[in-house]
Design a protein around this ligand. Structure first.
Ligand SMILES: Cc1cc2nc3c(=O)[nH]c(=O)nc-3n(C[C@H](O)[C@H](O)[C@H](O)COP(=O)(O)OP(=O)(O)OC[C@H]3O[C@@H](n4cnc5c(N)ncnc54)[C@H](O)[C@@H]3O)c2cc1C
Length: 427
């Protein structure tokens, strides 16, 4: 039997990829297997810029096999766990089961979009956590401009040009701000359309947006968005979503066929089925060293890790913590056991090109300065040197966003062949 320690990392997001890399770098005597349902990791903080076309989709995804030479990368999903026998079962897309024996298991399963029982939500809204969703959203918004520009119906135009974003956290605010920026550039190429013809609605259930930032900065961001014509509806919920309208809890009906749902996240629901201790939010409970039970560690958005630096509570689900916990967990597995402790550096949100809000080491920043912090921070955090270079180069060359063209066919690539076939049969 091999004396090499078998490490299985489940989840190839920011936390899992960073942990696996650190383990490989520091431990040549380890067999590292990483399990993830797709072959790539997504750098989520840049998804709003992907939607707006200022960052290319391929530049925010990191192929796991290239990023982890020396590891076994298995494209599958964890489906069962036996912590007594130390076997994790991963299931591939075709149903093939892979029982993976481990000495140490690292759970980095992340979170999923929080979905409320709102009628029509799942059928008609779009989430915003994956590169596919971001790309789809950018294309959809541009397709709505094309439809509005070519329709004679005032109802169709009004509906197509109304964009509703639900959730006033970072993802929702940044997505709305970036998309509105993109549209204000794109409409210049649509004679007969102006940015004033578009309607942007941000719906937030809490009394204010950007709950993660100090109130002063959130107030600034709200005023900024309102100044740009965005309707910011706080303390407001969504009651129903239809194919071409949204009904708010207040009874207001908004005609729109583009509804983006970013109303928070919940820990991966699979965690509750693994037989591990979970907190009421469904996150796996760890001790301060990120250990769950002997042989099992957890980190990132899927874990409730005591926030020692804050003096209480658990670490918030941010990339900032995920990446640092990954380093700690890898070093702990290597035997340098220490507690995880990280003082939040701050938070930053982009409000579109050359606009933003940030808090850095307690210092509030806004406007172009905050936006620069956003770019410098995320431009240096992408976990792949080539992609970092490409993103920074595109920014440096003054990427003004995508050309206003909607690539609808990307989502139905078989349609041209089917249409050609139908046309030939008809002739
Ligand atoms: C739009 C957006 C903007 C954001 N902006 C910021 C920001 O500005 N700053 C910040 O700090 N944070 C930001 N975040 C949050 C940050 O991206 C997350 O905190 C971070 O990605 C968490 O990393 P993770 O590895 O725990 O989870 P993830 O990156 O979500 O990775 C989880 C991985 O687990 C995989 N997985 C799921 N189920 C299984 C299974 N059964 N088996 C195997 N693998 C599985 C998933 O496919 C995924 O690859 C943002 C998030 C979003 C969505």
């Amino acid at each position: 039997m091999s004396s090499r320690k078998r490490i299985v990392v489940v989840g190839g997001g920011y936390a899992g990829l960073t942990a696996a890399r650190r383990l490989l770098k520091r431990g040549r005597d380890l067999d590292v297997t990483l399990v993830n349902p797709s072959g790539y990791m997504t750098y989520q903080p840049l998804l709003p810029e992907v939607a707006a076309g200022t960052v290319q989709p391929g530049h925010v995804v990191v192929p796991l096999r290239s990023a982890l030479p020396g590891a076994r990368v298995l494209t599958a999903a964890l489906t069962a766990l036996d912590t007594d026998a130390r076997v994790a079962t991963a299931t591939a897309a075709d149903g093939t089961e892979h029982p993976l024996e481990y000495d140490e298991l690292v759970l980095a399963l992340g979170a999923v979009t929080r979905v409320f029982p709102v009628p029509g939500l799942v059928e008609h809204a779009i989430g915003f956590r994956t590169v596919e969703e971001a790309l789809h959203l950018g294309n959809r918004v541009l397709a709505r401009l094309e439809l509005a520009a070519s329709s004679a119906s005032p109802e169709v135009r009004r509906r197509a040009l109304t964009f509703v974003v639900v959730g006033g956290g970072y993802a929702g605010v940044e997505a709305l701000a970036e998309l509105q920026d993109m549209v204000s550039r794109a409409v210049r190429r649509f004679p007969g359309l102006t940015i004033e013809d578009t309607r942007w609605v941000l719906v937030e259930a809490a009394p204010r947006i950007l709950g993660q930032l100090p109130e002063r900065l959130a107030t600034y961001a709200t005023a900024h968005l309102i100044g740009r014509g965005v309707e910011v509806k706080t303390a407001t919920t969504v009651a129903a979503v239809g194919p071409d309208l949204v009904t708010l809890g207040t009874g207001e009906v908004i005609p729109s066929d583009t509804v983006v749902w970013t109303a928070g996240v919940v820990a991966n629901p699979l965690l509750r089925r693994l037989g591990l201790p979970c907190d009421p939010a469904g996150r796996v409970v760890t001790d301060a060293s990120l250990r769950v039970v002997p042989g099992v560690w957890a980190l990132g958005d899927c874990a409730a890790v005591p926030d020692l630096a804050a003096g209480g509570g658990v670490c918030p689900p941010t990339a900032q913590h995920a990446v640092r916990q990954a380093v700690r967990v890898a070093d702990n597995i290597r035997g340098r056991l220490r507690d995880y402790r990280h003082r939040d550096v701050g938070a930053v949100a982009s409000l579109g090109l050359r606009k933003g809000v940030a808090e850095l080491y307690g210092v509030p920043l806004r406007g172009v300065l905050a936006w620069w912090v956003h770019r410098l921070y995320h431009g240096s955090r992408l976990p792949c040197p080539r992609r970092r270079l490409l993103v920074n180069l595109a920014w440096l060359l003054g990427s003004r966003g995508r050309d206003p063209v909607a690539l609808h066919a990307l989502e139905s690539p078989r349609t041209p062949l089917q249409e050609a076939h139908a046309a030939q049969r008809a002739s």
